[in-house]
Each structure stands twice: as C-alpha cells, then as structure tokens.
Design a protein around this ligand. Structure first.
Ligand code: UD1
Length: 418
C-alpha cells in the first residue's frame, strides 16, 4: 500500500491552484439523475470519491464520460432506470446516500444501503429519511437498506431538528421535482448547498433562499440538461494556507472564493499570518514568524468548519501558547490526536475539547491516517517535523485532495509517495 514520505523543515513558497470542491461536486453529480437531458459539469476534481460517485451513477444506468484533462463530466441520465445503491459503494463513501432524493423524485423508488458507522462517529441518516417522509414518501429501513417509495413526491414543510448538510441536499433535490411548494427550515447554509441550488436552477429548478436557514422550492414538472461549474474547494484552499502559516512560508492559493472562507482566514490572521485577498487569489504570509495558538469551536456554516479542525490542531501543535479545539459537529473527530502525539505534540482531551500546548518542534515518525481531514493534519505536521514522517493509509487523503503531493512539491515541500 502506498505511503507518503515527508522530510520536514522547508518553508512553503509559491502558488497553488485550487480544485473544485469535493463536497459540492458529489451532490451535484447525484443531481444529474434528476435531469432528462445531458448534464455537463466543469471544474470537477479528480478524486477517489468522485470516481466512486461515477461508478454509482453507472450502476444506476446513467452514461458517464469523465474528461480528466479538462476536469469535466458529461452525464446522460436518460438511460438510468436502476434505483438500488448497493452496500459495496455506499460503504466506501457515505455521500452515496445523496442519490436517495434524486431516485425517489425521478423513479418513485429508491433502495439505498445504510452507510453504517465510520471513523468520525455514528453518522445516522434519520434526517434524510425525515425529509423524504415529509414529501410523502413511504420509507422503511430493513435488511440494511433504506427502501423508499412514492407515486409522486408532493411539496411539504421540512423542519430539521438539527442542521445537516447532506439531508438538506437530499431535500433540495427531491423537492425540485415534487408537486407543489416545499419549505425547508433550519436548512444547512454551507456554500456547497448554494452551489447545488445554482446547479439545480441551471437545470430549470425554482429555488429561493439557498444559503439561508429557510429554503423555498417550487416543484417543477421536469429538469432539463444543462451545464454547471463547481465551486472552488474551501477546505483544500484552507489546508494549503495553514501549511504556509505552519511552515513560516508565503503561499498564494489561486482560483479560490475567499467569501466562503471567512472564519478560516480570520483564524489565520489571529494566528499572526498576513492574509491578503485579491480577486480569486488568497495569499498567506508568515515568513520569519511562529504562529500563535488559536481557539476553535466548530459549528455549521457560517461557523468554523469541522473539516478544517484537524489542520488547525496541527498548527496549534507548534504554535506559541495554548489553544483549545471544541468539536461540536461530530462525536469522534479527534482520531488524529494520538498520531500527532507520536510526532511530539502535547494534547489533552476532555470530552469534545482538545487542549493543545504548542511545542518548539515536532519530530518525524511513522503515523497512520484515520480519516480524510485527519490525514491532512498529519501531512501538515510532517511538513514541520524534524526528519522523516511516513504517513500510512493515504487512501483517505486521495478521497478528498487532488494531487496533494504534487501540489505541495510545487511549493517546495520534500514529499513523495513511496
Ligand atoms: C457533510 C460533508 C462533511 C462535513 C459535514 C459537516 C459532504 C460530502 N460531506 O457531511 O465533509 O464534515 O457535512 O460540515 O458534503 N446527522 C444526524 N442525522 C442525519 C444526518 C446527520 O444526526 O440524518 C448528524 C451527524 O451525525 C453530524 C451532524 O448531523 O453530527 C452533521 O452532519 P451532516 O451535516 O449531515 O454531515 P454530512 O452531510 O454527512
């Protein structure tokens, strides 16, 4: 199995091009199932999760062409008549549950394997089911599958008791083809929700309020083919900017959307970095300085993203002072802590709070990636650790970062896949 070997100690310098957002492209590819003509998606990152989604769409009968050079997908959903998302695919990628809404809306039936638990917590799907029931579907959970049926979905009121990105996305997609108007309350407000809504509108949907806590969807009879370009990945961009700050370097991330990264940039400034935005370019400069520890509390957007928590924890490990990290979204998202401690970090955990006391230096060691963003934090720690750090189980990383070692090498890092 491939591993990533990093020799720490180089300050990163230069420019890095940011790819399309993983968390936007996955629902958008699923949304193509709602259309009755070809859908072209641009700025698609070349990631393992994207390939898994393409496999799932093919499994359902859609024709999928993937142009990796142009980062483009062409999907013809017309031949898609299947309605079963099998365990083998859902197991490897929880986001497969995002076909539930589109399949129900388009074919009146969906059988989607339960995703099961994963490293960062139990991650149930009750809110997805609640949304489909509110639109008139009969839903049963049996033999490890969510089985849902309906003649035609009808608009209704969906009020989420807690904010869920995925459940909001399923609700949006299903409601787009329902008869009548749907009001979604306590909707997730993430930029990826807005991007999905923009894509649906480009296909002919009637949606208002995406990005706010209340979304109104007036169902339409059909969605046509169309084109959409995926939003830049705010988490990938944030990861490279934290890498710049940690290594005492200067990095410009290009092709970004700073308006989607407000809390990340605020925390970088608080850590002492100079952060400058110029159109779609964000530069972070930390040359000649050591970061100051920051306190983080994760929350649904516009709060601080849980997907950036592990990276900031890595930065706190070598920062000046003591920083606390409160994880409020997922119950078990501190899997990286033990691995960071193997590199010499000083971290105490109490419940969902980690207290990190910065040390002068980390020292390289073999470590094991446990989930996607945890892997990123280990790579970041490896970039500043003295000597060699060998990160095992990097397949987690390939689910969400396109060419991370090539991009980091381009900034001067000593990193290779071995
Ligand atoms: C999405 C992102 C993920 C990010 C997360 C939170 C994608 C593909 N993934 O995941 O990277 O970390 O948002 O920003 O976009 N919950 C329930 N019942 C449900 C659904 C969720 O209790 O039916 C809980 C979860 O266990 C969690 C919280 O709600 O505690 C938020 O999860 P959710 O927003 O749904 O995350 P995902 O959509 O799975």
């Amino acid at each position: 199995m491939k591993k990533i070997l990093i020799t720490g100690g180089t300050a990163l310098e230069g420019e890095v091009a940011i790819s399309g957002a993983k968390n936007a492209v996955l629902p958008i590819l699923c949304a193509a199932l709602l259309a009755d003509g070809p859908v072209e998606i641009a700025n698609v990152p070349n990631l393992q999760d994207v390939l898994t989604t393409a496999r799932l769409l093919r499994e359902l009968g859609a024709e999928v062409e993937h142009d990796t050079v142009a980062s483009r997908f062409l999907i013809n959903p017309c031949p898609a008549s299947g309605h079963v998302a099998p365990y083998e695919l859902v197991r490897t990628m929880r986001a497969s549950v995002l076909v539930l809404g589109p399949l129900l809306a388009r074919h009146g039936a969906a059988e989607v394997s339960l995703p099961g638990g994963c490293a960062i917590g139990s991650r149930p799907v009750d809110l997805h089911i609640h949304a489909m029931q509110a639109l008139g579907a009969q839903v049963e959970v049996e033999h490890g599958f969510i089985r849902a049926r309906v003649d035609r979905l009808r608009g209704g009121r969906i009020e989420f008791p807690t904010v869920s990105v995925g459940a909001t996305e399923n609700a949006l997609m299903a409601a787009s083809l329902a008869a009548g108007t749907t009001v979604i309350d306590n909707a997730a407000r993430e930029p990826e929700i807005v991007d999905l809504a923009d894509c649906l509108v480009a296909l002919g949907a009637d949606i208002e309020g995406a990005g706010s806590g209340r979304i109104v969807v007036r169902g339409v009879e059909r969605l046509a083919g169309g084109t959409h370009a995926v939003l830049p990945d705010r988490i990938e961009a944030g990861t490279f900017l934290v890498a710049a700050a940690m290594t005492g370097g200067r990095v410009t991330a290009t092709g970004t959307r700073a308006d989607t990264m407000v809390t990340t940039l605020e925390k970088l400034s608080e850590a002492g970095a100079e952060a400058e935005v110029d159109g779609d370019r964000i530069t972070v400069d930390m040359r000649g300085r050591r970061p100051r520890a920051v306190d983080i509390v994760t929350a649904p957007h516009p709060g601080f993203p849980t997907d950036m928590q592990a990276q900031f924890m890595a930065m706190n490990c070598i920062a000046e002072g003591v920083g606390t990290i409160d994880e409020r979204i997922f119950e078990n998202r501190f899997m990286h802590v033990n691995e960071l401690m193997r590199l010499g970090a000083c971290i105490d955990i109490e419940g969902n709070r980690a207290t990190v006391t910065g040390v002068e230096a980390l020292t390289g060691a073999p470590v094991m990636a446990t989930d996607l963003r945890a892997s990123a934090s280990l790579i970041l720690a490896g970039l500043v650790a003295e000597g060699e750090t060998l990160v095992d189980r990097v397949y987690h990383l390939d689910r969400g970062y396109e060419n991370i070692e090539a991009k980091l090498s381009g900034l001067g890092a000593q990193i290779a896949r071995v």
